[in-house]
Unconditional design. Structure first.
Length: 144
């Protein structure tokens, strides 16, 4: 078997006690070792969840009612993608298509009022992606 394989699925293990978590992690690592599958060292997090954690682009904050919002790293990656598309010469239709797809993904996981993303602030961040090209920004916002 190829020893350079990485697990491509995102998964999470939650436990009420450290002892149960350690036992589960040990069993998981043994299985992955037998399969010769490595965990990505920068994408593995072990720790307490009481302050929240990011998973699949969302920020999960525990409490009496688990709060789900968009992770700021996700927003940052999204804005970087917009800049790349613009720098590569994508037209307003292509960037508008990307924006609509991103928002469709976002709304599939959280209600917009729970997303933790203020629309006015969001559009201001998007506008900065285009610098002084206000005409381009008007075209995109008209498509959205």
């Amino acid at each position: 078997m190829n020893s350079n394989l990485y697990a491509i699925d995102d998964w999470i293990i939650l436990s009420k006690t450290r002892w149960k978590l350690k036992k589960t992690v040990k069993s998981t690592n043994e299985i992955l070792d037998k399969l010769e599958v490595k965990k990505h060292p920068f994408k593995t997090f072990l720790g307490r969840i009481e302050y929240g954690f990011d998973f699949l682009g969302y920020r999960l904050t525990p409490g009496s009612d688990m709060k789900v919002s968009v992770a700021w790293k996700t927003v940052s990656n999204h804005l970087e993608r917009i800049v790349r598309l613009y720098e590569q010469g994508a037209d307003a239709n292509r960037i508008g298509q990307y924006l609509r797809g991103w928002w469709k993904w976002l709304r599939s996981g959280v209600e917009l009022n729970d997303a933790g993303l203020d629309m006015k602030k969001y559009w201001k961040m998007v506008g900065k992606c285009f610098g002084a090209d206000r005409q381009f920004m008007r075209e995109i916002s008209g498509l959205f």
